[in-house]
Design a binder for this molecule. Structure first.
Ligand SMILES: [Zn+2]
Length: 238
């Protein structure tokens, strides 16, 4: 299945927190979007990997994704090596996205930076015909996405561009709330974590308002780039 935009993430919920609005907006505009999560987040304090998978699927439905899969890498310890790169190459070739969204280059969780480099390198390698991969015995064709953008997540960074996600914000927050065990639930008896306090959800909202304010809209999501972006028309910039 070909996708227009594919988000790669170290953990299920990274995409929801950082760039779900951008995916939802693309879907609203008739594009096909999907997510490939690298790990099941099995080191998370609250919930279980099984519950997290159910939550990730519920969030995918809320966002209207065409595909979501999990590569089953080891949370906290996956490496940016040949074996892991080839698995990500296979996913990129399978979905043939024009745009890939990847984790922040540098972030609070060390998995994010590692996933970021792994994603970027796999996007390049996926375009090399001499690297052979197959799924179910069928050889895959090479595919290189046109662009890789990094979504800003925990640590604030100066964005290189901001997407207006005002029309998608409510759906994004619903997708985040689908991760019931991870975020604030007044009825939960599980231990409090960095992300489970009511303050955390307020911070997500404030972050969206802040990025939105920078470009004169209600809500925004910020991205960084490694290659300068271009535009066919200066009128496409808001
Ligand atoms: Zn994460």
């Amino acid at each position: 299945m070909k996708l227009d935009i594919l988000a790669l993430a170290a953990h299920p919920d990274d995409v929801e927190l950082a760039c779900a609005g951008t995916l939802i907006k693309a879907i609203q505009q008739g594009k096909k979007a999907g997510i490939v999560d690298f790990t099941k987040g099995e080191l998370g304090t609250r919930g279980t990997p099984e519950i997290r998978m159910q939550e990730a699927n519920a969030a995918a439905e809320i966002m209207g994704l065409s595909a979501r899969e999990n590569l089953g890498f080891r949370d906290g310890f996956f490496k940016n090596d040949e074996a892991h790169q080839l698995e990500v190459v296979k996913a990129i070739r399978k979905y043939q996205p024009e745009i890939v969204l990847a984790n922040a280059v540098d972030d609070r969780h060390p998995d994010h930076g590692r996933a970021s480099f792994l994603s970027k390198e796999a996007c390049f390698l996926a375009g090399l015909a001499m690297i052979k991969t197959e799924i179910d015995g069928v050889e895959q064709s090479p595919w290189r996405p046109k662009a890789v953008y990094h979504y800003i997540q925990s640590i604030p960074q100066t964005p290189d561009f901001i997407v207006d996600v005002s029309a998608a914000w409510e759906t994004k927050m619903n997708a985040i709330r689908a991760f019931k065990t991870q975020f604030h639930d007044p009825n939960s008896g599980e231990p409090e974590t960095y992300i489970s306090s009511p303050r955390f959800m307020k911070m997500i909202d404030a972050r969206g308002i802040d990025y939105g304010h920078e470009i004169g809209v209600e809500y925004g999501e910020g991205f960084t780039v490694e290659r300068t972006v271009g535009t066919g028309s200066i009128f496409n910039l808001i």
